[in-house]
Design a binder for this molecule. Structure first.
Ligand SMILES: N[C@@H](CCC[C@H](N)C(=O)O)C(=O)O
Length: 296
């Protein structure tokens, strides 16, 4: 599936106790036919009142605590399978509520943002994480500097830029910033341009996945950081610069502190995967549309 171009493998692990291994993720990503940004592995629920436990893997085999675009894909897959519209998921970061609307768009309650430096986490103490000391490029003329840092379950740094994010060499700066000592658990790196009081244009280098076409949790982090620093109001449309799908993500940071992300998801193809090795066979006919890849 894809969430605004973010390549997602939705893997049905329900009814079994094994997991998708990092080795399987790396093997699947190495094959151009199955190359992806995140795996969303749907497991049987672990907690009462939830519909599924979701295990999230990046394309380098590392685990992620949140994936906004992938969560919308899971909702669409389960809604197509069950006819239900609303779901509650559990991830390592907590409980997520999500629902598909009449027009097919999907809203996910991504939870509450976290600003405390040691919970993002950062390796240095900052009282105010809305503008931390970090820069890249020449010391007297930095290319990127003073990002807003926060966690949306996963760590994010938002660098404010005054021109199109596509004009920056994010492929070069992304890995340096993702792995900067400031971020002991690495970070997702986003360039954000304020285009009006109600809109942003973003581009993200993802932790564990590199340059992706879109990143939902980064869109949430950019929206919250923009409102937090007075750049925008609490409801913004995000134009994801790198996405080939020209549809905005709508992010609302509600008064109860929850961040609601609304956007599309799209089914592409299905197949059977061995979750231990990543060995994969694509279905000839899209017979299980809506159910994603089934573990075999
Ligand atoms: N594409 C995702 C974010 C995936 C996780 C991220 N790479 C991390 O390791 O934190 C999204 O849509 O949120």
């Amino acid at each position: 599936m894809n969430g605004l171009g973010n390549k997602i493998l939705v893997v049905d692990m329900r009814g079994r106790t094994d997991t998708v291994t990092p080795q399987a993720a790396i093997a699947l990503n190495a094959d151009p036919a199955t190359q992806f940004d995140q795996i969303m592995a749907i497991h049987d629920p672990k907690a009462e009142g939830t519909d599924a436990w979701i295990d999230i893997l990046n394309s380098d085999g590392s685990k992620a605590q949140a994936c906004g675009n992938g969560t919308r894909c899971v909702v669409q897959a389960l809604a197509a399978e069950t006819g239900r519209k609303a779901f509650t998921f559990q991830t390592v970061a907590g409980i997520l509520n999500a629902a598909e609307h009449e027009d097919g768009s999907i809203s996910v309650d991504m939870g509450k943002p976290v600003f405390a430096w040691n919970r993002i986490p950062l390796s240095e103490e900052f009282f105010d994480t809305s503008r931390i000391e970090l820069q890249i490029g020449p010391i007297d003329a930095p290319v990127l500097h003073s990002p807003s840092a926060m966690s949306m379950g996963n760590p994010h740094a938002i660098f404010w830029v005054d021109k199109d994010p596509m004009a920056f060499d994010l492929e070069r700066f992304g890995p340096l910033l993702e792995n900067h000592p400031m971020f002991p658990e690495k970070a997702n790196i986003t360039l954000a341009q304020v285009t009006s009081k109600g809109s942003l244009r973003t581009r993200t280098w993802e932790r564990g996945a590199g340059l992706t076409l879109a990143c939902g949790s980064a869109a949430c982090a950019a929206a919250v950081s923009a409102a937090r620093t007075g750049r925008t109001g609490r409801r913004v449309e995000i134009d994801v610069a790198s996405s080939s799908i020209r549809q905005p993500l709508v992010i609302e940071w509600r008064d109860d502190d929850h961040v609601i992300m609304t956007g599309p998801a799209e089914w592409e193809w299905s197949g059977k995967v061995d979750p231990a090795t990543g060995c994969f066979n694509r279905d000839l006919e899209p017979e299980n549309h809506g159910q994603g890849a089934q573990a075999n």
